[in-house]
Design a binder for this molecule. Structure first.
Ligand code: PHE
Length: 339
């Protein structure tokens, strides 16, 4: 038995040498010190020993067990230290390395321009309102004094859903909703999408954006229209910006005008952008037609108003010198990142 114990002692020493991780160490513990382990099975035979032999063998057994336990503990500590050292080595973090900057998004140029315009108007006491994009013929045309045989109603130009329902071709439809819902004084701005059956090219798109402005009150005149436009355009394009009104026709305004601004590219000298004109066309405007006021239940003898509608794409392109409308819709970050 003594020999058996000493054999276990030697074997345990040799096995322990080979151990490299905690799993192997646990297997070792079970093998040598466990309930069904090598040492226990030898100790079980002690019952068969004589009274003189038992304490001697017992002592050896205790020494062997103590020795293995001590070495096991030492090995465990060594493995733990090694693991900790390895983790320190492998998981080292260099806090002096430059960080990865998160990619910041920003507003689309048309959104920025729209917010800028909204801010200017809010500052002047206007409300921002929205209107439906799917619209009755009545709001888009009839109430705006556009008769049934008017060329603007041609299906070539307008997307009809039924005879009576269409995708609005202008935000002027919102004028009617607002005048039906509110009593003067009215000061609103209404941005939104409009639809026209146009082929896509550098200056046309079947979907684009307009911003409608409507003011109705007692004593509103053309001077208020010009003053408002002049103020807004100077805020938007800078103090040197000039506006120019040309007589025009819209069924829902009388008198009507097309409004140009001094070419932001050449400052009026004439260039490719303004086609040699010195001015670029920006919007349609006029005094709200008395028939339109009456259609909306507002007495044209008591009240008057002005309205204008401007193309958001055109304003954005002018402000940033963009020469192709399609760039605004393609969502190419290389393009959008420039603004
Ligand atoms: N709705 C007109 C258009 O789309 C613009 C306009 C708005 C003209 C308001 C006069 C008054 O061309």
């Amino acid at each position: 038995m003594k020999q058996a114990l000493e054999k276990i002692e030697l074997l345990a020493k040799a096995e322990l040498e080979k151990i490299t991780d905690a799993e192997q160490l646990e297997a070792f513990r079970i093998r040598f010190l466990g309930k069904k382990g090598e040492l226990t099975s030898v100790l079980k035979q002690m019952a068969g020993l004589s009274a003189e032999e038992r304490p001697i063998v017992g002592q050896i057994a205790n020494r062997v067990r103590g020795g293995i336990e001590a070495e096991l503990a030492e090995k465990a500590a060594q493995l733990k230290a090694e693991t900790a050292a390895r983790r320190l080595r492998e998981e080292r973090l260099d806090v002096t390395l430059p960080g990865k900057a998160p990619r910041l998004g920003k507003a689309h140029p048309m959104d920025s321009v729209m917010h800028e315009i909204e801010d200017i108007f809010i500052g002047m006491g206007f409300d921002i309102v929205e209107g439906p994009e799917v619209e009755y013929d009545y709001y888009n045309f009839e109430a705006l004094n556009i008769p049934a045989d008017h060329p603007a109603r041609d299906t070539q130009d307008t997307f009809f859903i039924t005879d009576n329902i269409l995708l609005r071709s202008q935000t002027s439809s919102v004028q009617v909703h607002v005048m039906e819902d509110r009593k003067p004084p009215i000061r609103i701005l209404s941005p939104g999408r409009v639809y026209r059956s146009d082929a896509i090219d550098a200056t046309h798109s079947p979907i684009f954006h307009q911003i409608e402005c409507l003011v109705v009150d007692k004593g509103i005149t053309m001077a208020n229209l010009v003053g408002t436009l002049d103020t807004v355009m100077k805020r938007l394009y800078g103090e040197e910006c000039k506006i120019r009104l040309r007589p025009h026709h819209f069924p829902f305004t009388e008198p009507s005008a097309e409004v140009d601004i001094l070419c932001f590219n050449c400052g009026g000298k004439g260039c490719a952008m303004c086609k040699g004109e010195g001015y670029v066309e920006l919007l349609g405007a006029g005094m709200v037609h008395p028939k339109v006021l009456a259609n909306c239940g507002i007495d044209p003898n008591e009240y008057s108003g002005f309205a204008f509608g401007l193309g958001l794409e055109r304003v954005t392109m002018g402000k940033y010198g963009i020469n192709d409308l399609r760039l605004l819709y393609e969502n190419d970050l290389r393009f959008l990142g420039q603004f």
